[in-house]
Design a protein around this ligand. Structure first.
Ligand SMILES: Nc1nc2c(c(=O)[nH]1)N[C@H]1C(S)=C(S)[C@@H](COP(=O)(O)O)O[C@H]1N2
Ligand SMILES: [Mo]
Length: 262
């Protein structure tokens, strides 16, 4: 037993080393860590499988650090897709997202869809957190949105549901099998985590297009690529083998780790 605990602690140490190398200053330190396939990713990769279990076991429902208003030093740096061009998205944007609906489907008892007004009228949560991108920058920003747990309580997950998949409007480029829309996923612990929100507000304003309008997910204990922007559908699934290339996310399908806990 004590040996098992020691091992877990040692493994946690590896995870912490991976995370601390990402702890850079604020957004104004856009300093790149260099080659994406370099040290940070190697450490994350080794730690990934064990980190998932270790973090769930030792950290449980711990909150990500939250910051003071004074620590928001500049806008959230837009990264990745910043201006989706799919026909559907452009039509919604032209009408200021008045016709937007967020669908919740898959392994749920009561599939539902929500307008922006409906989401804004539900309980909300505001949090000032730090976003860490694997490219080597971080940014402190204030996010406002509907706790995902509130939505899950309404649609009621079926027992077979183990993950949520977030489907996005932005096409990252077309491959042999057609367009590759950005997507992401999380387990139910992250889905129900108190800081996991469907964000429609950023730094006291309506979430702007470069940062994911009209709705993007914040999963505060995960790295930047696990924060999907421009979402239109949340799908409850038992696994993601059938989605994309089967690894649980656009970047995961291209080699990033599925569990990117920090
Ligand atoms: N739909 C979508 N979501 C996305 C991305 C993207 O390209 N498309 N990029 C991810 C990455 S790598 C980062 S760092 C953050 C950037 O969010 P921001 O533009 O609000 O800073 O969004 C993540 N979510
Ligand atoms: Mo990122």
């Amino acid at each position: 037993m004590s040996k098992a605990i020691l091992t877990r602690r040692r493994l946690l140490g590896i995870g912490a080393a991976g995370a601390s190398s990402l702890m850079l200053g604020g957004c104004d330190a856009f300093d790149f860590l260099g080659d994406r396939s370099g040290n940070v990713r190697d450490v994350l990769k080794k730690a990934n499988d064990v980190t998932y279990y270790v973090q769930r076991f030792l950290i449980g429902d711990a909150l990500a650090p939250e910051y003071a208003e004074s620590e928001v030093r500049q806008g959230q740096k837009p990264n990745g897709s910043t201006n989706p061009t799919s026909t559907e998205y452009l039509a919604l944007k032209a009408n200021d997202f008045a016709d937007y609906r967020l669908s919740v489907t898959g392994l749920v008892e009561t599939p539902k869809s929500y307008s922006l007004a409906e989401l804004r009228n539900m309980p909300s949560r505001t949090q000032i957190t730090r976003h860490d991108c694997v490219e080597g920058w971080s940014c402190i920003a204030k996010w406002t949105g509907t706790p995902l747990s509130v939505v899950l309580d309404e649609v009621k997950l079926k027992p077979a549901a183990r993950y949520l998949v977030f489907h996005c409007y932005d096409n990252m480029g077309s491959g042999a099998s057609g367009p590759n829309f950005y997507y992401e996923s999380c387990d139910l612990a992250d889905a129900r985590h108190p800081q996991t929100i469907l964000a429609y507000g950023l730094n006291n304003e309506t979430l702007p297009v470069p940062n994911g309008a009209p709705v993007r997910v914040r999963i505060e204990r995960q790295l930047g690529y696990k924060q999907p922007k421009y979402i239109h559908t949340i799908e409850a699934v038992s696994g993601f083998a059938a989605i994309g290339k089967g690894k649980g996310g656009y970047w995961e399908d291209r080699g990033y780790e599925w569990y990117a806990g920090i």
